[in-house]
Design a protein around this ligand. Sequence first.
Ligand code: ADP
Ligand code: MG
Ligand code: MG
Ligand code: MG
Length: 713
Amino acid sequence: MGLLAIGSPLDWAEAKQHADHVREHGIEQFLHIWHRLKDRTGDVLLWGDEIEYMVISYDDEGKNARLSLRQTEILEDLQHDASERKKTSPGREACIPVFHPEYGRYMLESTPGAPYGANLEALLSVEGNMKFRRKLAQSRMHSNEVPLTLTSFPRMGAPGVFTDPYYPPGGGVARSLFLPDEITNPHVRFPTLTANIRRRRGAKVAMNMPLYIDTNTPRPFIDPNIHDRNIWPEDANARDGAALPDHIYMDAMGFGMGCCCLQITFQACSVNEARRMYDAFVPVGPIMLALTAASPIFRGLLADVDCRWNVIAGSVDDRTEEERGLAPLKHDRFVIPKSRYDSVDCYIYDCDSNRPEYNDNDMPIDPAIKERLMQDGVDELLATHFAHLFIRDPIVIFEETMNQDDSKSSDHFENIQSTNWQTVRFKPPPPDSPIGWRVEFRSMEVQLTDYENAAFAVFIVLLTRAIMNLGLNFYIPISKVDENMHRAHQRDAVHSQKFYFRKNLFSPAPGHGCSPLPSAGHALNGLPAHINGRANGDDTQSSTCSSHTTSPRSHSPTCEKAEFGPVEDEYDEFTINEIINGDGKDFPGLLGVVRKYLDSLDVEKSTREQLEKSLELVRRRADGSLVTTATWMRNFVHSHPAYKHDSVITEEINYDLIRAVDEIERGIRKEPTLLPACYEGSSQAKEGDLFKACCGDVMDIANGAKVEKGLGE
Ligand code: ADP
Ligand code: MG
Ligand code: MG
Ligand code: MG
């Protein structure tokens, strides 16, 4: 979450007057980038992760675990440390992690000091790199504080004390019944975002997650904390129906944007490769959401869902009643089916394999924007994608940056682009930067340990390589992907649900659309040269990459029309175990294709063994021999002596749960249902050793791989 420009943000009444200006110039800015960089090829397949933490503050005497609101001080200390370390370790700047602010004033985000290259050794350093970051964060905290990678904080917004220092709920920005405004990062961008979303919507946001009904849960469950209170005029909403019975009602942006996640960003070697990667990630999004599910508790209540996604979607849902289809269109232009934080609405790769039938969502677009883009030669699919993102208004506009040189800035473009928070993001290169076309995979929930976070990151990286190298085809209709998003939320979705997935991952055959990258040109480290991000000279990389780009529809003579049958015959319903581990018959599963890809390389035995340690977690979470984080948390609650089977997570249960998570992470508490026996924990690792290990395998920043700052989450 970067770009924390200091300036004067406009309040909503003023900002909306300038919405067209921002949209119009945003599109011009994109067109400048497009014209300059649409034909750029040869970028290295760099990648990097983002991990978000909650700073926990223990009150051991009171047996309470709270959110420490010390983000600002901790970040300042970390930044000071980083500049000191840079002075004492010249040439190793790229090994020094970067910490970023986030929405919650108790949150931190970390990224590696520079992106990883595409070689297999880089994959082996990911866990150490993540552990190093956690150690650094921990080193700047008080003795009663700890950085934990929890997706949602179980008692945020529950009655009692859940922040350190304590603030009573309320405040003029979010107007929440449950959260104090002090929970929000005080940088002016965040309160403005919060207030302007509320103002644009014309009401407070309202999220209702189904409550887990236990044997002693009162029925119907009507939350007394809602109905007794009336601080702001908007609070009438809750009594008038915004808060549903038998649900956990949440009324502020902090409930969603205050969740943590694990994201992975990839640079592709060309715009077409990025579009192809984007499309392949779309159906994988809900599968990984279900597999990483880690948020079964909200506002001190056990939920009947395991994931955060719908909470965040609701928490920034700025659509008016007209846009939500609750009132006839009078002042607004579109009925919009989804929040600006939601799953992807359309595929974008211009290729025969991407059949028009797959883009079957009801998806409003701004026709004038589409036309403007197509006028300048942007193809219909990409023009539609941006014409859809640009139906949204900019929420935060800084007075000082209203007028920009569209050939040099992308601020207006990013304003809209980065407040469309989808499961996958297609990221054009920033102007004047060595960074290429990128794709961000955004659906995963953050896991309790860096072993798990690294395992999921490594799996997704290897999956990308398999997709690109084996020419895999994951297309199913987007409406089915949305249905999968819904199913992914369900309690214990890994066991309780089936998901739509494509039956034949290798169809249509190469030559009919998306041909694979030829696996010729093996280079160092056993990887084909075109995916080797390091150790090669630039020339090798670019020439190899550009000569092996795939065949988009409009550019390739080899792109014959494939014979397609009915779309409905292409997909089926599978369990997560089948999707990941295969069905034991024809369907290889995602791990199957990853292994097929690894088998095609000349990988050293010890490297392969280490990679298999990561893949083991993915395999076992999917086959049920290890439980998901959410299931482990539920089991912990159910077996806690103080749990009354009334769906309520008390301060005491929360404290013990957080302590247990902390001990698991350190490796001093073994949880064999959650983690494989090989998990060692972070307590043994020394900061100095981790630094050395990171430095052994991070790209030198001097190679031009500077970390870009964008608008985040
Ligand atoms: P966001 O805008 O999503 O918050 P961040 O800047 O926080 O993005 O981080 C995105 C990730 O992308 C980081 O891990 C970073 O190392 C990585 N990254 C930066 N530059 C590149 C690049 N050129 N290619 C691939 N990954 C990159
Ligand atoms: Mg970020
Ligand atoms: Mg991100
Ligand atoms: Mg973030």
